[in-house]
Design a protein around this ligand. Structure first.
Ligand code: 3H9
Length: 686
């Protein structure tokens, strides 16, 4: 049963129970309409509490219904019916009141919440706008400025802030049901408050809408929903209620069917599926109550902060006392940065830092549950660390290596109880970047792999299982990105044209700007290792830049020139000369932005398909998450695999064949041709 009604004297308690998050399915919408009718007709009922079972208040419309035609009763009508109820309805909020859930609450005469509750309209994050009066009632209740913030950012706010804005009427102490019933008892005899729909919108200052538009457009880049949401709030502030509702609904339905919404929905479900891969169902992870990091450099310090932020006590191990001090200083610098940016109070930073201890004695790790090694990328150095860990740690302690390109199987050789060993590939800065590639070795036990996923959940990261190959999932595709970018240079494009095209596609940065920011030396080091293994990485120009120590911003020049103290890239004559030399004898062509983007993205998709075929990634959606959360691929594009599927894999195959015949890419792999015939990647791996 999705809705049940109980009576507490003159108060009716309507309980919604639609696990997991009480999403507004058609059945629930229908049941709510029927509940209003039943309670309106019941003369013994003086007020109604609307409450939810389980972990949360209504978390929104049922996103899985969005691909299908909307069925009645439509949510705007459900909200209107609640608003028109003869008795006061009190929304009793715990967990989250999001999207349609908040819209239902706005239909109620009153809203009360426990202090831990959060409220918001996250629709723009799904590429849509609120579709049941959110943009219309909110400015009438809390004023246009606060409504614009909530609606265009999509970020929820806490109960305290909501109370300050007038979004809720009271914060409840203790039990939500008892508190809401008491509140309902108090208001039962009062006249009904004026429905939000018939209230006036407070006036705004001159120029308010223009500056809001500028601010939202600058942040949204090429995402369409935030500006459409703003337009709807503005319209709602300047039009009567019925007209505003019609405008909102029209925008909602228009965006619901958009490519961006489909991409963002894909990411929404991929992110929720990632922490619970079906192949680990029923496997209990090991307990992680304490952690240690070996190595206090940038990566180690970031990992230590991430672990600490998740509430774990952390030990940082370094070679000697001076290195311990440097490592702790690196962690401290992270927290000082957070305080400076206003993300954390000094008191919280002090508390975090107090939970990080340092030392050079591995004996400190005798009872630690999880140890993550983050020392220099050198096999011998890493093996020496694990040799020591093998002798001091409990046999059931989980031992992990953070490596970007060494083989975890090789690192694990000689580890005692090798079933407790796995690779955890963090992305820098590790306390911020959401991606965690989890890399089992040949011997990793299933419960240790499950522990990797549980750890990601604890750290608030997106876990993706990656098989062992050079670069795992993300960096293996990145190598193709870079090689393609260079191929473009040798066939007539310039670094700035390539970067501009990729930004126009929606990436925050182009491949050359990104290399200049991160430094060209790391990739050069990896190419050296690859050549030693007999491989032939393609980086004619990058190799020459490294040979003359043009490593990027840090050396004053890379793919671009930089003025001292200025990070703005300037086209470099020296680089142009090198490109001309290397391009000599190769066919040249005129490139436009769309063709540049294709020449980079489609080979990435081809490589990703190989990755799927080899089962280095288990799902194409996992590859999308890797690129979005580790490399800044735009969410609204859905990741490279979703992008390719949305574009049509047959078209991708044709374009790749064309690039290959011009010598500008490898031909499409057999898996991509098969996926094109099947109309999608699903089923390719497996
Ligand atoms: C909207 O409301 C539009 C209206 O304005 C217009 C109406 C006309 N639908 O995140 P979790 C599933 S747009 C369907 O791991 P948590 C999720 O897939 C909507 N399913 O839990 C997962 O399934 P499974 C606006 C949903 O405790 C399970 O629930 N609302 C929905 O970490 C658990 O999810 C939002 O965007 C949904 N709306 O976090 C809210 N939501 O177990 C999005 C979740 O099978 N949701 N599922 O893998 C959230 O932010 C979080 O789920 C929440 C709980 C904070 C509620």
């Amino acid at each position: 049963m999705t809705v049940t009604i109980a009576r507490e004297n003159a108060i009716a308690v309507v309980t919604v129970d639609n696990p997991p998050v009480n999403a507004l399915s058609q059945a629930l919408r229908q049941a709510l309409v029927e509940a209003v009718a039943e309670l309106d007709a019941d003369a013994t009922v003086k007020a109604v509490v609307l409450i939810c079972a389980g972990r949360t208040f209504i978390a929104g419309a049922d996103v899985s219904e969005f691909g299908k035609p909307p069925l009645p009763p439509h949510l705007p009508d459900v909200v209107a019916r609640i608003e028109a109820a003869k008795k006061p309805w009190v929304a009793a909020i715990h967990g989250s009141a999001l999207g349609g859930g908040l819209e239902v609450a706005l239909g109620c005469a009153y809203r009360v919440a426990v202090a831990s509750a959060s409220l918001g309209l996250p629709e723009v994050k799904l590429g849509i706008i609120p579709g049941a009066g959110g943009t219309v009632r909110l400015p009438r209740l809390i004023g246009p400025a606060a409504a614009v913030d909530l609606v265009t950012s999509g970020s929820p706010i806490g109960a305290k802030k909501a109370e300050g804005l007038g979004l809720i009427d009271a914060i409840l102490d203790g039990d939500v049901r008892a508190g809401a019933i008491a509140f309902a008892g108090d208001v039962a005899e009062k006249p009904l408050p004026q429905p939000i729909s018939s209230r006036d919108v407070p006036a705004v200052d001159a120029g308010f809408w223009e500056s809001a538009e500028k601010a939202v457009a600058a942040k949204a880049r090429r995402e369409i929903a935030p500006l459409r949401a703003l337009a709807s709030v503005r319209n709602a502030s300047e039009t009567d209620f019925a007209g505003a509702m019609a405008f909102e609904r029209e925008t909602f339905l228009d965006l619901r069917g958009s490519e961006q919404a489909a991409a963002l929905r894909h990411v929404f479900f991929a992110e929720r599926a990632a922490p619970r891969p079906p192949e680990l169902a029923g496997i209990t992870p090991r307990d992680i109550r304490s952690a240690a990091v070996i190595g206090g450099g940038t990566m180690g310090a970031g990992i230590a902060a991430a672990l600490r932020d998740a509430g774990l006590p952390v030990v940082l191990i370094e070679r000697d006392a001076a290195a311990v001090e440097r490592g702790l200083a690196n962690v401290r610098a992270i927290y000082e940065g957070s305080v400076k940016r206003g993300r954390m109070t000094q008191a919280v930073a002090d508390e975090r830092m107090a939970g990080v201890t340092g030392g050079d004695d591995y004996g400190l790790l005798a009872d630690t549950d999880l140890v993550i090694e983050a020392v220099f990328e050198d096999l011998a150095v890493k093996r020496a660390v694990f040799e020591k860990l093998s002798s001091v740690c409990r046999p059931d302690a989980v031992l992990a290596t953070n490596t970007s390109y060494l083989d975890p199987n090789a690192i694990s050789e000689g580890v005692s109880h090798p079933e407790r060993f796995l690779g955890l590939h963090f992305f820098s800065p590790a306390h911020i970047m959401k991606l965690l590639e989890i890399v089992p070795t040949e011997t990793t036990a299933p419960d240790v792999l499950a522990t990797g996923f549980a750890l990601a959940r604890l750290l608030g990261k997106i876990p993706v299982r990656a098989g062992i190959c050079d670069g795992f999932i993300g960096n293996r595709i990145l190598k193709v990105t870079r090689a393609q970018a260079e191929r473009l240079l040798l066939s007539g494009a310039t670094p700035s044209a390539v970067d501009a095209a990729m930004r126009a596609f929606g990436l925050p940065m182009g491949p050359f700007e990104a290399q200049d920011l991160g430094g060209l030396d790391i990739a050069a080091f990896q190419r050296k290792a690859a050549r030693a293994r007999g491989e032939t990485p393609f980086a004619l120009v990058a190799d020459r830049l490294c040979a003359i120590e043009r490593f990027g911003q840090k050396s004053g020049g890379g793919w671009y020139d930089y003025e001292p103290g200025d990070r703005a890239p300037k086209p470099s004559e020296a680089v142009a000369a090198i490109i001309t030399e290397e391009a000599a004898g190769r066919p040249q062509q005129v490139w436009n932005e769309a063709d540049i983007a294709d020449a980079i993205l489609l080979p990435m998709v081809n490589e990703a398909t190989l990755i799927l075929e080899e089962r280095v990634a288990l799902r194409s959606a996992d590859i999308d998450l890797v690129k979005i959360h580790g490399y800044g691929f735009s969410r609204w594009r859905g990741g490279p695999m979703h992008y390719a599927e949305a574009r049509g894999l047959s078209e991708v195959v044709v374009l790749l064949d064309r690039l290959a015949s011009d010598g500008l890419a490898d031909p499409p792999c057999a898996g991509l041709r098969r996926a094109a015939e099947a109309g999608g990647f699903s089923g390719l791996a497996g």
